[in-house]
Design a protein around this ligand. Structure first.
Ligand code: PLP
Length: 412
């Protein structure tokens, strides 16, 4: 979606320099075309399977984007009342919402039951009791699945690994088996299936293969007890090509190795993509404020801070960086850092990059997922503006926060 025309960087058909001049930086920009292309890729992988897509709202909670997804029939994977509200305001029906979370509040559980959510993914035996109690009290029969922990290594950053037994998510298979037998007989819930989400930014097919194989064995075991499942929610987790080396999850291999297992389960699939659906459809535009050389070490200081994009500071995440203006100049190795009062406030460290000058614009690529949604007001910095590009149309989909907005909750 990003390309140079006459040596200037464009998002689809729109000049990024013009966007930056008009809307100021830091500025999140998204391409609807790229989102559509990503959705098509997902549908192609699952083309022979009954599939329900629920977008992981935690990856990007912009209501205007959620609205476009909802219009395409995509539901929402939500984990808080705030995410439920975002999806609701986007016009996504409760009947298309799946609620996740390892420690849902009673308010969240009650809300999901009262409003007939598509599914409640129960994360522990105690939570099952709470769900049953509320269901009894409210005279409702919610659809439930159990989130299982398959204890497989997703080979990703430890902070975004969720399917190892040491991780806080899900129920081990033995306990899960017993709970399923109980739920199957329960007059208070509709037992619908199981859920696994083993981590995020997963680049290899084998962890999915291992997790799905374990689930398949469980399904066979349950079948022998005459218990059948309607749904298997396979979570999200598909890794994308942040490094521009072709490292993203190989979807051909996935289709070849993993889809046959899912098919053999004879269940409907729920998929909860976040990063894959929107990660590469977003970019963050910034401006060089200053440069510095300290005893040979070079710094490029930009107006993008860890408050705008925390992934490099939090996970040492790599994001590709492109200058908006392509001119012949020497390549240097520099640390690209924000203005915040933290040594870890970085966009990139030791990065080979064309030498850049004060007031030049640059683009941090692949920031559509876990970018704005993880932004904060640290150092009392207002959050950036967000813009959606649809063909030649440019729409502000979230205004830049003001200093007044930031302090609006303080009483007189
Ligand atoms: C339960 C659940 N489903 C889906 C996702 C989306 O994951 P990803 O963005 O890797 O697709 C997450 C993210 O953490 C999650 O916790």
């Amino acid at each position: 979606m990003l390309d140079y025309k006459n040596n200037m960087l464009y998002i689809e058909n729109v000049s990024i320099e013009e966007l930056a001049e008009k809307h100021k930086t830091p500025l999140y920009i998204y391409s609807m075309d790229q989102i559509n292309r990503n959705i098509e890729k997902i549908k192609k992988v699952f083309e022979d399977l009954p599939l329900k897509i629920v977008f992981a709202v935690k990856a990007n909670n912009n209501i205007k984007i959620l609205k476009r997804l909802g219009d395409m029939g995509i539901g929402a994977d939500v984990v808080t009342i705030g995410e439920i509200e975002a999806a609701k305001r986007a016009g996504i029906s409760f009947k298309d919402m799946v609620i996740n979370g390892n420690a849902k509040t009673e308010e969240e559980i009650e809300f999901a039951i009262r409003n007939d959510f598509f599914m409640i993914n129960v994360d522990s035996p105690d939570e099952f009791e709470i769900v049953e109690d509320f269901a009894k009290k409210l005279g409702k029969k919610p659809n439930i699945s159990f989130r299982l922990n398959p204890d497989v290594d997703p080979k990703t950053h430890p902070h975004i690994s969720t399917g190892l037994k040491k991780n806080k998510f899900g129920i081990n298979f033995e306990v899960g088996y017993l709970l399923i037998k109980e739920a199957h007989k329960s007059p208070y819930v509709n037992f619908k299936g199981v859920h696994t989400h083993i981590g995020s930014q997963i680049l290899e097919v084998s962890p999915f293969y291992d997790a799905f194989t374990k689930v398949k064995e469980l399904i066979s075991r349950l079948k022998r007890k005459r218990i059948s499942l309607e749904y298997y929610n396979i979570g999200g987790g598909w890794g994308i090509d942040y490094k521009r080396t072709g490292e993203g999850l190989d979807l051909n291999e996935y289709k070849e190795k993993v889809i046959p297992i899912l098919k053999s389960m004879n269940v409907k699939i729920i998929f909860e993509p976040g990063r894959f659906l929107i990660g590469n459809a977003g970019a963050l535009v910034g401006k060089v404020l200053l440069t510095k050389i300290n005893e040979g070490k070079r710094f490029i200081f930009v107006d993008i801070g860890m408050n705008d994009l925390i992934r490099p500071s939090l996970y040492d995440a790599y994001h590709h960086i492109l200058p908006v203006k392509k001119v012949k100049r020497p390549e240097i190795v520099a640390d690209i850092m924000g203005q915040l009062c933290e040594s870890g406030d970085k966009v990139a460290e030791g990065r080979k990059i064309p030498e850049m000058e004060k007031d030049e614009y640059l683009v941090v690529c692949d920031t559509g997922a876990y970018g704005y949604s993880m932004a904060s007001n640290y150092n009392s910095r207002p959050k950036p503006e967000e813009i959606l590009i649809e063909g030649d149309k440019v729409s502000i989909i979230r205004k830049r926060e003001t200093i007044n907005d930031m302090f609006s909750l303080i009483p007189d």
